[in-house]
Write a protein that binds this ligand. Sequence first.
Ligand code: SF4
Length: 259
Amino acid sequence: MNRDRLKELAADERFIGGIYNYCDRWCERCPQTSRCLNFSISEEDFSDPETRDIRNEAFWKKLSETLGEGLELLKETGKKWGVDLEALDSVSDIENERVSDEAAENHVICRAAKSYIDIVKDWFKKIEETPFGIVTVAGQGVDLEEAFEVIRWYQYSIAAKVMRAIRGKKEEEEESDVEFPSDADGSAKIALIAIDRSIGAWAVIPRYSRLHSEGVLEIISLLNLLRQAVEETFPGARSFIRPGFDSSVPNPAGPGPGS
Ligand code: SF4
């Protein structure tokens, strides 16, 4: 996508600013695709099936072009506001980033969220190895398949969002002119939503299949503890208003299919 088209899309009032910052990235199920700039860019840039395949060179070429144009546009906008983005990437900035990442990664909540990734991986592996394993799901009903899909979808994003929240909180504490609403609370909120939905999905499994139930209660307990820790660390998270999801933002183009 060229810069002019990117500018045109960015100026389109139909889109809700930053909606994609606090969503779960499950675009197939999102009711707000028509109001999301990110979605529109992907649809235009990756409309060709070849460019949708991550194993294909065309995908990486397209991605690199889009990122390049986006960066140039960002630099151009920065200049207008008197900000030299090239100067921001000093050696000390990069080092500070590395230190922040490391501190966040070692935070107890992030370690718990990361351990959940492996626990889920092990659980599915074990199920796949049992006689009849995952194939029995087909005969057990849609709810169980749906539960597996939800668990898989949020398996990695819980840790990613928790990590972003912890990092953001530290940065906000260090900055004196903190802007509200807090981005850290927003990230924590989407992590909590992912945890809530995952707990709901895990809870479905024992109702359907004894074969699949082993270890499920322990996993739910871990998620419950994680949820409690996130809520205590980010007391403002639950009340954070995610634009387009927790608040209705009027659509200048009128009600769309996803409204
Ligand atoms: S807001 Fe919806 S359409 Fe946009 S990136 Fe998030 S999930 Fe996808």
